[in-house]
Design a protein around this ligand. Structure first.
Ligand SMILES: Cc1cc2nc3c(=O)[nH]c(=O)nc-3n(C[C@H](O)[C@H](O)[C@H](O)COP(=O)(O)OP(=O)(O)OC[C@H]3O[C@@H](n4cnc5c(N)ncnc54)[C@H](O)[C@@H]3O)c2cc1C
Length: 412
């Protein structure tokens, strides 16, 4: 083989690194706008935070339980309608093959809601987005005399996340590749600009030059920036210790239990997921997951058992199987470790053709993609190149499976 046979060069417009919800949504938007964009994933598509998420497409209400509209609640309020349009096949990306678990979520409290929250829900600002549920309309889970709380219904959807990942991946599967970093490296100028991604494949060196590189690798963004000696932006991780309950109780629940006091985060968030053997998983997040990060699995499970027994005394969980999941939420570093208020998109000062992005929430992925496109326009990066012929033999990533399958299959 001659030297020229061994080195191949291709130009693309945008290389996206990381195939979670952020990277996949962005790939869909960019390709539909004519950019020759490609995505590299090192593991399975959706394999980290995305597949671990509860699939709730928030409209911001759970962030406003202290009665204050923050900029997060305003940015996010737009998102459910953008997602709904996509799920109906009429939006900015085509999610018509993805599944919706529920077109609403419930908010409830163990006893009566605080006066402040009740007034807030009744306020003019929220009319149409949330409504009190009358007793005869309670979902089966709450139809028990032992339930003496107050129930509200929020017009927020819950999506089946693996089906969303699969739909986004299938729309542009020819532009998605698996990367093995043992066989890949960056080409950078001495001023820090990134020139290309170089991949050794089948005895050849493939040099992929790109106008721009977008990092949507979640927690992996930090390592990517280190590889390129880019110090800013810095990342923070906010850990969660989620709990999974597998049981035969046949009724799904998508709901937030509101805590007492002025704490704006839910005491417990429950989403439900059917498994292939016909049982349900109740996936538990909220305060239990944020406060339980130092707990061992058995301590965390004991807390969850007490919590479910207190909130659902009429449901028998004695035969349930229990599991836990530690997972980090990756975000740009904030002062006092605060929750960032919107999707984060930033051009790197040290490498002007690198953009780093974290969506902060699954819900905000449409906003992230729009912000990246806006930044590309500002940087005058327009569609220029065509064709992916030289890339067709590169390996392709699988789509991540629901993460609880290994957790419960190891218990049986
Ligand atoms: C337990 C939990 C529950 C949540 N529930 C909700 C919810 O109900 N609603 C909501 O709106 N948000 C929710 N979120 C937040 C939401 O899941 C995340 O904000 C979102 O999934 C982040 O997506 P991402 O694509 O940035 O990152 P990830 O989903 O983490 O994806 C990053 C991808 O990049 C890949 N990668 C990493 N490094 C590299 C590399 N060097 N090269 C190539 N690929 C790489 C990873 O393998 C992964 O596939 C939840 C988060 C958690 C943890």
């Amino acid at each position: 083989m001659s030297q020229t046979d061994a080195v191949q060069q291709i130009h693309v417009d945008i290389i996206i690194i990381g195939g979670g919800i952020a990277g996949l949504w962005l790939l869909n938007r960019l390709r539909s706008q004519g950019y020759n964009a490609i995505l590299f994933e090192q593991d399975c598509l959706g394999s980290r935070q995305t597949i671990a998420s509860q699939g709730m497409i928030h409209g911001g209400i759970k962030y406003t339980l202290d009665g204050v509209f923050t900029s997060l609640s305003e940015t996010i309020a737009d998102m459910p309608n953008r997602w709904k349009a996509c799920l109906a096949g009429q939006g900015e990306v085509n999610l018509s093959n993805a599944k919706i678990f529920s077109d609403h979520v419930y908010l409830w409290s163990g006893a009566s809601l605080g006066a402040k929250v009740t007034t807030f829900f009744a306020s003019h600002a929220l009319r149409g987005r949330v409504g009190a549920v009358a007793k005869p309309d309670y979902p089966t889970v709450f139809q028990n005399n032992a339930f003496n709380g107050k129930l509200y219904r929020l017009q927020e959807i819950v999506v089946d996340v693996p089906s969303v990942v699969s739909a986004l991946a299938k729309n542009y599967q020819t532009a998605i590749f698996k990367i093995d970093w043992q066989q890949a490296n960056w080409l950078q100028t001495h001023k820090g600009r990134v020139e290309a991604l170089q991949i050794n494949h089948n005895g050849k060196v493939l040099t992929i030059q790109s106008q721009c590189f977008v990092f949507t690798a979640g927690e992996g963004n930090e390592k990517l920036l280190q590889q390129l000696s880019i110090a800013q932006p810095e990342m923070q991780c906010r850990p969660l210790h989620q709990v999974l309950v597998k049981h035969d109780y046949p009724h799904p629940l998508y709901a937030h239990c509101i805590g007492t006091g002025t704490n704006p985060t839910p005491r417990l968030t429950v989403s439900s997921h059917a498994t292939p053997d016909g049982s349900f998983i109740w996936y538990l997040g909220g305060d239990i997951a944020t406060k339980g990060i130092e707990k061992t699995a058995s301590e965390q499970i004991a807390i969850a058992q007490r919590e479910l027994n207190a909130l659902f005394s009429w449901i028998d969980f004695t035969q349930a199987q229990w599991g836990c999941l530690h997972i980090n939420r990756a975000e740009p570093k904030q002062r006092h470790f605060m929750l960032p208020e919107k999707a984060y998109v930033k051009q790197c000062d040290a490498a002007e053709n690198v953009i780093v992005a974290w969506p902060i929430k699954l819900t905000l992925s449409p906003s992230l993609a729009s912000e990246v496109i806006e930044l590309l326009h500002k940087l005058r990066i327009n569609p220029k190149y065509q064709g992916l012929d030289l890339l067709t033999t590169l390996p392709r990533p699988e789509i991540a499976q629901p993460f609880w399958e290994p957790i419960f299959s190891s218990q049986t």
